[in-house]
Design a protein around this ligand. Structure first.
Ligand SMILES: NC(=O)c1ccc[n+]([C@@H]2O[C@H](COP(=O)([O-])OP(=O)(O)OC[C@H]3O[C@@H](n4cnc5c(N)ncnc54)[C@H](OP(=O)(O)O)[C@@H]3O)[C@@H](O)[C@H]2O)c1
Length: 279
């Protein structure tokens, strides 16, 4: 309900910054990042988080490859901290990942997770299992947004020929759309539990790269390659598409990407780089 006191954690992150923008209008919203509250510190969480009607946790350990060498840090942030937040919050909204699935079908909300192939995915799954009481667990996939390093910006910064993997499949999702769908979820107040919120369109990174160049009008030759050509410390799922069976479907990947690219153009034309886009 508008007017409620909402706390957004990870408010400077890619998703958190869009959540802040989306909730600013109509709610009493507070945005904190690591310097305001270290969510791995249980005492501070219990002391500072009480008093908010809803806590939205967009903070997390998201460096998938680095996590292979920083297991403790990844588990503290993605798992232990979720237990503290769950204990302290009246209602907790928490985000998890498609990377807990890996089998060739769309994964519905009640499907049993079947992949813990990396420290990141194992830590996120452990975090899900630490949720208790009144919470919304939102799983999503392959995020891109204006305030984070992401695949779209990387593609647009490369030259006229790129090689992109075509054997990892999921649904790329725009953080602004996810933030809007999160607000809708909170306002509709469905039963507590697990929800899958993703833009619609099952594709590989190669397919997504082709869409990016098509919609941005850039003439780039994209060559599909297997994951084995780009060895990374952490293994990624080959098929992790999420199926949203409980909420109104979000718009297509293509429409969402179109808006993201349009907003990027607007941002480039603005004289002051720090100016926040009016949404
Ligand atoms: N990115 C994706 O493709 C993707 C896909 C599926 C699910 N998700 C999930 O979506 C959520 C948001 O992801 P994102 O990509 O927006 O994350 P992000 O851009 O990496 O932002 C995470 C934020 O958490 C903050 N943070 C780190 N350690 C903290 C601590 N100890 N206490 C408080 N805040 C801390 C970070 O601050 P610093 O910058 O100071 O570290 C950062 O602002 C995460 O739960 C992630 O697992 C992401």
């Amino acid at each position: 309900m508008a007017g409620e006191k909402i706390l957004i954690l990870g408010a400077k992150g890619m998703l958190g910054s869009d959540l802040f923008a989306v909730f600013e209008d109509g709610y009493e919203v507070t945005g904190w990042d690591r310097e305001d509250l270290d969510i791995t510190d249980r005492d501070s969480v219990l002391e500072k988080v009480r008093g908010f009607d809803i806590v939205i946790n967009a903070a997390g350990y998201t460096a998938v490859d680095k996590a292979e060498k920083e297991r403790d840090e990844a588990f503290k942030l993605n798992s232990d901290a979720v237990a503290y937040l769950s204990e302290a919050s009246a209602i907790l909204v928490h985000f998890s990942t498609d990377y807990i699935f890996d089998s060739e079908k769309e994964h519905a909300e009640d499907d049993a997770p079947d992949a813990e192939q990396s420290v990141y995915s194992a830590s996120k799954l452990a975090g899900e299992r630490n949720l208790q009481g009144t919470y919304y667990l939102i799983r999503t996939s392959w995020l891109y947004g204006r305030n984070g390093r992401n695949f779209v910006d990387t593609m647009l910064s490369l030259g006229n020929e790129v090689r992109v993997v075509n054997d990892q499949i999921s649904k790329p999702t725009y953080t602004l759309d996810l933030a809007r769908a999160t607000r809708d979820l909170i306002e509709d107040k469905p039963d507590y539990g697990t929800y899958h919120l993703v833009n619609e369109g099952i594709m590989s990174w190669f397919d997504f790269a082709e869409k990016i160049f098509e919609l941005s009008g850039k003439n780039v030759k994209v060559t599909p390659v297997p994951t084995s050509e780009f060895p990374r410390p952490a293994r990624r799922p080959s098929y992790s598409a999420l199926k949203n069976t409980k909420r109104p479907k979000m718009r297509s990947v293509e429409e969402a990407l179109g808006e993201y690219l349009k907003n990027q153009d607007t941002k480039k034309q603005e004289p002051n780089k720090n100016q926040i886009l009016k949404l």
